[in-house]
Design a binder for this molecule. Sequence first.
Ligand code: Z5A
Length: 228
Amino acid sequence: MSASRAEPHHQHMSETAPQQGRFISFEGTEGVGKTTAIEQLCARLYTQGIDYVRTREPGGSPFAEQLRAILLDPATDIDDDTELLLLFAARSDHLQRVIMPALARGQWVICDRFTDSTLAYQGYGRAHGDALVVGKIETLIEQFVPRLPDITFWLDLPVLEGMARANKRSSADRFEQQAEAFFRRVYAGFEHLAAAYPRIQRIDAAGSSTEVSARIWQVMDAIIRVSD
Ligand code: Z5A
């Protein structure tokens, strides 16, 4: 992918109508602290009186959550194309029933993972960055995703540190069972994406959760002046 790519048919932040809510996604490899950072961001939005919807992918709507259970179940045995299409089926329902209505109501949407995860995990992790597969995913995004995030926070942490954080928790799901090499490819995918798309903000995810949240808030504030 070339650097500084435009995402032509999607709205950019400056073009977003003022009454529309902001759409913010969080990305990263396993265990980087997205859930923790999102909790802290939402607490801050709440104190600022900003109405938000907190959601996640895969999942976020009742039907998409059913697909999430299938996608994460270690017993699920499907090929890569089937996995990709299930992720987009879940995303389509989530967009139509949760994300787009919330944004239209003027609510902010805070989403744990979105399209960049598909490019990083399915495009780079599963398919080793194969241009045909990445192209297929980009086509699905163009065709089925009417709105991309205004800002994406990529929590950047060395793969092994994230895995160590995640391993302290429950048993591994179907993705978490992948080997370190897989997550290194996913990480490289996020690096490519961050270089290509200006909406993706790299956040150093090392240090305490308070430090990470302060970095996120600083970027948010600089970009969208939330504390005005
Ligand atoms: N997936 C995909 O393949 N394609 C797609 O299109 C999409 C998803 C949308 C489920 O995602 C899987 O779906 C995911 C990719 C795939 N698989 N993987 N890997 P998920 O987001 O539900 O799962 P996850 O990435 O594994 O998230 P996670 O493990 O829940 O991690 P997290 O939310 O980034 O981290 P956390 O829960 O906030 O923190 C992890 C632990 O570290 C926890 O014990 C915290 O207390 C601790 N923590 C958090 N922050 C810190 C700091 N700063 N220091 C120390 N410890 C910390």
